[in-house]
Design a protein around this ligand. Structure first.
Ligand code: SF4
Length: 953
């Protein structure tokens, strides 16, 4: 019998899932390629973190000691979040680093923007060029013309610190096309903008998404959902689509998109009416005393009167009403509500994208879901809902610059004062409107031309040198956006860079250390490596060292006060090294790490180089009940409600005679009643409510000239069709994920695209018949408000009738046949501007085999590159959360004789008109005291408090 990898010594018959740590310095496996000969190969195993999604699972790189090359990646068993397991995208890192088409050297444009002509340049030239331009902009008071725009962050805090050291308000992110809506719902309740469900200990789990197969913390959460199920928990899934997650559920509730809040509020009504709620928890931990609703004021009333007022208010959300809205049967709603009440404090849930990101008002579904947690007292409990802030650990570096005294309205414009993150997807429209320009623009692991809605508007501004002066794409791969940059700067994949990450994967706190494994390997062998690009393939660098060096290039003599933040804490006045940056954090900011290292005779940095992960604490629950340290109470006052304030700011709440921390909200309680929404001109939504999304059936009827009387135009914009849009009207779900793909970065991962390379349009047989006896594989034309795309049909009963669905992740393109751009997945296209703002794309060929140093590129057997749909969507900024509401009202017809698979057409003048229509729904700042935004709301790279006001408060 052939030896397994775990019994190589033939002395042990025990199986284990990973090599033991004591053998990581010399792990021996037999070479599969040499079979049937038994050729032993010796590996150095070095841990790092995956960068293919935000979960930051622990990877273990197998470095062949003879060749010095990475042979494969497996899971790091010492990582507390991922526990040695990975999803398919983890091991596929090996494809990414060995991709023969990858960008290996810094490249500079030599032709007009978008012409695809490049030459190799040096890192020194890049630093000098950008250092000079940024220095001049800051010195001339144009700091806001410097913008850093991030897609996948993959690190904690270092960029906020860098930009604040420069004194600018320049951090932009992708969050408002991702999760801003859900974040608002959570922020309004408890300030923390993400949930940290304790799935493993739950008795009932409710997911409003395909979280088990493709969630935000996919692999770590999936493991724990299954742990919970194995221990007897029941699983319910609300999703119009029969996802792999729904197929594992005890209850699948296929709701009509955008009606989820109606279903959740009907469940809340059942729990309230049946008096199954946790009255003690609600009384202690909600701000019920502030409730004002339907003419009722809680002030001076007792708790029971408030409960009666809530019952009266929520009487409108009957299970029958919810059934009419959503299609979920009333008896199922009642049954699930009772199961949730039975689970009590062991009720866990997750809602992140899906219904929240798809719908206008999607954040209301989170407000409604949290109401179920509050009613059942399942906040902060084992098996319940915890706060991400309790389970995520971000240690402080050796020094922190002061907040910038500036406010960029290109990031946080006055129309969206409650947006949870920067209004990033509107940047092309802001630039076109003349709100500003960019002197130096960094896109970093970010491909808005392809991943954002309305990508042709991005192309229009990116190619205009008056609007975007200098653009660097910091990216591990080529992308449709990098094509329009001035510089393409190669940055490392998972195993080629340093980062520190922590995520709320379970009721614990941990940090994970991403490290460049080839650099660590070489240093272990005594070679001095000054910069990571000296050890990585080609001259692939990492952002940490790039930002340190760029900061020195901006302020070479320290006169601007920038350089000081990038000087070594160990060697005064000298440039800090990346090793010193992390050494200081591990020695000083991570409780328990120095002690754990000492036990192994290691320094804290050596410990993290060895294990790449550390669990700071476990079993983190109910941090709201932590007493406020007595020293912090000097000079504080306690109000009749128990609210404790100091210098006018809430710091805690008195509960049963003890002053405890509470939640980081104005009331220090869970905000059942949002005074913030009332103060900021949305009083009708101060309680969790349901209102109809832009894809509600009534909105669809309106788009074809019918006049339903149940849609309020002050909330819901009307769809105006381009003149040639024809066919049946549907709601399109465009944001479900394929579990094995990422957005842009997986494009060069051959394992992954061999598994998944199609994104047909799902439609129910009922609708296939209605459109015209459509069969799987037939060509359909999908009209949006600004154009169309042509795609194959997939007829399935796994989708609610009236809804069509198409996954993103596919439809990559390249302009020239020979462009070395992710050829496992990109189509060669003909892209033309056929009129002002009118863009037409046609695929010339799909994926084809090609010659390269990797023989597998000749073995590519698939030809489908998928169809890009996002670029045919206009922007839909939610007037409150600022989220791009992804779902679309579309018309679907059979494709005509002139239509080809993959055809795309878009008119960007229509997209700007849609932008203006949605903008008109906003209720702009100022808010109380002439402020731009509620002071208690989180904000990335938070400016000084004085910047929060238009003039004086
Ligand atoms: S879930 Fe998959 S892609 Fe995400 S970090 Fe873990 S292994 Fe990587």
């Amino acid at each position: 019998m052939a030896p397994t990898r775990n019994d190589q010594s033939k002395t042990s018959s025990k199986l284990s899932s990973s090599p033991p740590v004591e053998k990581w310095d010399d792990w021996v496996e037999f070479d599969a390629d040499a079979w049937p000969r038994r050729v032993a190969r010796h590996y150095q195993l070095i841990p790092t973190s995956c960068f293919n999604c935000e979960s930051a699972c622990g990877l273990l790189a197998y470095i062949d000691k003879e060749s010095g090359q990475i042979a494969k990646f497996e899971g790091n068993p010492r990582h507390p979040g991922s526990r040695g397991r990975l999803c398919a995208k983890g091991p596929a890192v090996i494809n990414q680093i060995h991709d023969p088409d990858r960008v290996l050297y810094p490249m500079k444009r030599v032709g007009p923007r978008g012409s695809g002509k490049w030459e190799r340049t040096s890192w020194d030239e890049v630093l000098e060029t950008f250092g000079g331009r940024i220095r001049k902009a800051i010195q001339e008071g144009r700091g806001e013309e410097v913008m850093y725009h991030v897609g996948r962050p993959g690190h904690d805090f270092i960029m906020e610190r860098t930009l604040q050291a420069w004194g600018i308000d320049g951090h932009n992110s992708h969050t408002n096309i991702c999760s801003a809506s859900a974040r608002l719902g959570y922020v309004l309740w408890h300030h923390a903008d993400r949930p940290s469900p304790d799935h493993a200990n739950a008795r009932f789990i409710l997911l409003l998404s395909a979280h088990l197969e493709s969630g935000h913390y996919f692999n770590p959460h999936a493991q724990r959902i299954m742990d919970g199920k194995m221990a007897g928990a029941k699983l319910a899934v609300i999703d119009p689509r029969l996802s792999n997650t729904a197929s594992m559920a005890d209850y699948w509730m296929p709701s009509y998109p955008g009606t989820e809040a109606a279903v959740l509020l009907a469940m809340a009504k059942v729990i309230l009416d049946e008096n199954r709620f946790d009255a003690t928890f609600m009384k202690n931990w909600t701000n019920w005393e502030q409730l004002e609703i339907d003419g009722f004021k809680a002030d001076g009333q007792d708790f029971n009167a408030v409960i009666e007022a809530l019952k009266r208010h929520y009487a409108q959300y009957t299970p029958e009403f919810a059934e009419k809205e959503s299609g979920v049967p009333a008896d199922v709603i009642v049954k699930v509500a009772r199961e949730i009440a039975d689970a009590g404090s062991r009720f866990a849930s997750h809602l992140w994208r899906g219904s929240a990101s798809g719908n206008l008002g999607g954040w209301q579904a989170v407000r409604a879901l949290m109401l179920l947690h509050v009613l059942t007292g399942s906040v902060g409990t084992p098996g319940g809902h915890n706060l991400n802030a309790w389970n995520k650990f971000v240690p402080k570096p050796f020094s922190v610059p002061p907040p910038q005294k500036r406010w960029s309205e290109m990031l946080y414009p006055p129309e969206w004062p409650l947006c949870t993150h920067e209004m990033s997807f509107l940047l092309p429209h802001f630039l076109k409107e003349g709100r500003g320009r960019l002197e130096a623009y960094f896109t970093r692991v970010f491909n808005p031309v392809w991943t954002y809605p309305d990508g042709f508007s991005w192309i229009e501004v990116l190619r205009d040198e008056k609007l975007v002066g200098l653009h660097a794409a910091l990216t591990p791969t080529w992308s449709e956006t990098a094509w329009y940059a001035d510089y393409v700067l190669p940055m490392g994949f998972s195993s080629e860079r340093h980062d520190l990450m922590s995520q709320e994967t379970h009721a614990s706190k941990w940090i994970g250390f991403r490290q460049p494994v080839l650099r660590v390997f070489q240093e272990k062998r005594g070679r001095k490596v000054d910069y990571t690009y000296q050890a990585n393939p080609g001259e692939v660098w990492e952002e940490d060292e790039f930002w340190i060096n760029l900061s020195w290039a901006i302020d070479p003599d320290g006169a601007m006060g920038i350089r000081q933040w990038f000087e070594s804490p160990y060697r005064p006045g000298q440039k800090i090294t990346v090793g010193e940056y992390y050494r200081w954090i591990f020695e000083n900011s991570v409780p328990g790490l120095p002690e754990a290292a000492r036990k192994e005779n290691l320094t804290p940095l050596e410990y993290m180089r060895k294990y790449a992960a550390f669990e700071v604490t476990t079993d983190v629950y109910k941090l709201n009940e932590k007493p406020v340290p007595a020293g912090n109470l000097d000079g504080s006052t306690v109000a009749a409600t128990g609210l404790v304030t100091k210098n006018g700011k809430p710091i805690g709440v008195q509960l049963n005679g003890t002053i405890v921390t509470g939640y980081n909200t104005p009331s220090r309680k869970l905000e059942l009643f949002s005074k913030t929404l009332a103060d900021w001109k949305w009083p009708e939504f101060a309680l969790p409510e349901y209102y109809r999304s832009h894809v509600h059936r009534s909105a669809r009827e309106l788009s074809v000239g019918l006049r339903p009387d149940d849609l309020d135009p002050q909330y819901t914009p009307v769809v105006d069709w381009p003149k040639d849009a024809r066919g049946e009207v549907y709601t399109l779900l465009p944001i479900f994920r394929l579990p094995v793909l990422i957005h842009t970065r997986s494009g060069n991962a051959k394992y992954l695209y061999e598994i998944a390379h199609k994104n047909p349009l799902w439609l129910n047989p009922v609708d296939a018949k209605k459109i015209g006896e459509v069969s799987t594989g037939d060509l359909l034309k999908v009209h949006t408000e600004i154009g169309y795309f042509v795609v194959h049909a997939w007829v399935t009963e796994g989708l609610t009738p009236g809804v069509v669905a198409c996954s993103h992740h596919l439809g990559r393109w390249r302009m020239h046949k020979e462009d070395k751009i992710e050829r496992f997945t990109s189509a060669w296209v003909d892209l033309k501007e056929v009129g002002k703002g009118q863009w037409k794309m046609r695929q010339i060929t799909g994926v084809q085999p090609y010659d390269s140093s990797d023989p597998d590129t000749r073995r590519v057997w698939w030809s489908d590159a998928g169809v890009h749909q996002d670029i045919t969507f206009p922007v839909h900024p939610d007037p409150i959360s600022g989220m791009h509401c992804w779902h679309q009202v579309v018309r679907v017809e059979r494709a005509g004789a002139d239509d080809h698979y993959g055809d795309i057409f878009v008119d960007t003048t229509l997209s700007h008109a849609v932008y203006r229509k949605w903008k008109a729904l906003t209720r702009p700042a100022p808010g109380p005291q002439n402020s731009r935004r509620p002071l208690w709301f989180p904000r990335v790279a938070r400016p000084a408090e004085s910047s929060y006001y238009f003039g004086k408060p």
